[in-house]
Design a protein around this ligand. Structure first.
Ligand SMILES: Nc1ncnc2c1ncn2[C@@H]1O[C@H](COP(=O)(O)OP(=O)(O)O)[C@@H](O)[C@H]1O
Ligand SMILES: [Mg+2]
Length: 380
């Protein structure tokens, strides 16, 4: 256990000098600004949620908190595939400059009552006592301001909720370690606990259907009213799903909004950028025509799933096919491949003359002047 009286107890990646409390105004120009910027770069269309996250951090960093509890317990709610897990990852990256410096617990793996004991270990003589507790003391306490993510908590058995109550309430959990067959206290008081949940997402999509905004964004006032209704719908569903003692222990509720069409295009660019980088490593380049991008965003539009179907479509139509062509020797080092849709709506791949490649970020040109300068016959 660390000594709470030592000067280091206050030090955090957000506060450079030990024991120095900074006013929120100073914070505005401090690393918190860069955290906010990183979050906005990585997570699109969720500015309200990001503001709420940063506010929670400002409060925690200024030292007005109970030192026997986690630094903050943030509850991310909203529909599936709109950036909740992504925001937790981005926050980790922003604080620790490494998106993998977190502990992520996938709660869907703990749906059965007996699985929860895998997390905290079983006492000697019990089934599973030879297995290590998955909630590893060293991993939780690895760094100050460690992000510990309990992802999709509504999928866990309710005994995991009791464990979370302990985390939030006492800031510590007792586990049984296999090696020494001894008990250990896992200290959460230097962690940011993030819980994510899709609770209320059905109510939100019903609401969107009723409002008939769905994919099309309404006027600003309409949207504000809808935002408010979304917030209340999530709140109502939360009240049905989680007990008052559970809800009362959460320090900040962060509601993620459904992604509109414009934001889906932005998410698509982010997903494609990663694919482009992988192709560039193999020595060739790929670009998509605006028509192809529109196809990826609109094919089987299902706002309930957020951006997740986009990932699948990019995998199916782009990554998978390109890998196949590469394996067949159809794509070679130095090639520039353009992916387009033909008149019949079939996806086609053309080898084009190498031209300077830019990743399109200006969506005002989408759909305009979509001329295809590449006359070569399609590869497939
Ligand atoms: N708002 C967003 N900004 C950037 N990428 C997003 C966003 N929403 C979804 N994505 C993309 O979709 C994938 C799934 O999003 P995720 O954050 O896991 O959804 P969930 O809200 O269900 O946790 C992410 O890996 C990311 O590539
Ligand atoms: Mg998620």
């Amino acid at each position: 256990m660390r000594d709470k009286n030592s000067p280091k107890a206050f030090s955090s990646p957000l506060i450079p000098a030990a024991n120095v409390l900074i006013s929120p105004n100073q914070m505005g120009r401090s690393p918190l600004t860069s955290i906010e910027n990183t979050l906005k770069e990585e997570v699109v269309g969720q500015d309200q949620a990001i503001t709420a996250i940063v506010q929670a951090l400002v409060r925690a960093a200024t030292g007005f908190r109970n030192k026997d509890k986690p630094i903050a317990t943030l509850f991310f709610s909203g529909p599936s595939g709109v950036g909740k897990t992504e925001a937790a990852r981005a926050l980790t990256k922003a604080i620790h400059h490494n998106p993998k410096a977190w502990l992520k617990i996938d709660c869907s793996e703990f749906g059965e009552p007996h699985t929860v004991s895998r997390l905290i270990g079983s006492p000697p003589g019990y089934v599973g006592s030879d297995l290590p507790a998955l909630l590893d003391k060293e991993e939780v306490e690895a760094r100050k301001w460690n992000v510990v993510l309990f992802d999709e908590i509504e999928k866990a058995h309710h005994s995991l909720h009791n464990l979370l109550l302990q985390v939030m309430d006492e800031g510590t959990v007792t586990i049984t370690r296999r090696r020494a067959q001894e008990e250990a206290r896992v200290d959460f008081t230097s962690t940011i606990v993030i819980l994510t949940s899709n609770v209320g997402s059905r109510a939100v999509s019903r609401l969107l259907e009723e409002q008939q905004i769905g994919f099309k964004n309404g006027g600003k006032e309409d949207m504000q009213q809808v935002d408010q209704q979304i917030f209340s719908a999530v709140r109502r569903e939360m009240e049905k799903t989680f007990s008052p003692e559970f809800r009362n222990r959460i320090s900040d509720f962060v509601v993620f909004q459904p992604l509109g069409e414009k934001n889906l295009f932005l998410v698509l660019e982010k997903i494609l950028k990663q694919s482009y980088e992988r192709f560039a490593e193999k020595g060739f380049a790929v670009n998509l025509t605006p028509k192809m991008k529109r196809f990826l965003v609109h094919e089987e539009n299902n706002p309930e799933m957020g951006a997740r179907p986009l990932l699948n479509r990019v995998e199916r139509h782009i990554d998978g096919k390109i890998a196949e062509l590469y394996a067949l020797g159809e794509i070679k080092v130095g090639d520039y491949i353009v992916v387009d849709l033909d008149e019949r709506g079939e996806v086609i791949f053309r080898r084009a003359e190498r031209v300077s490649i830019t990743v399109q970020t200006d969506f005002s040109t989408l759909g305009k002047g979509n001329k295809n300068p590449f006359e070569d016959p399609p590869l497939v």
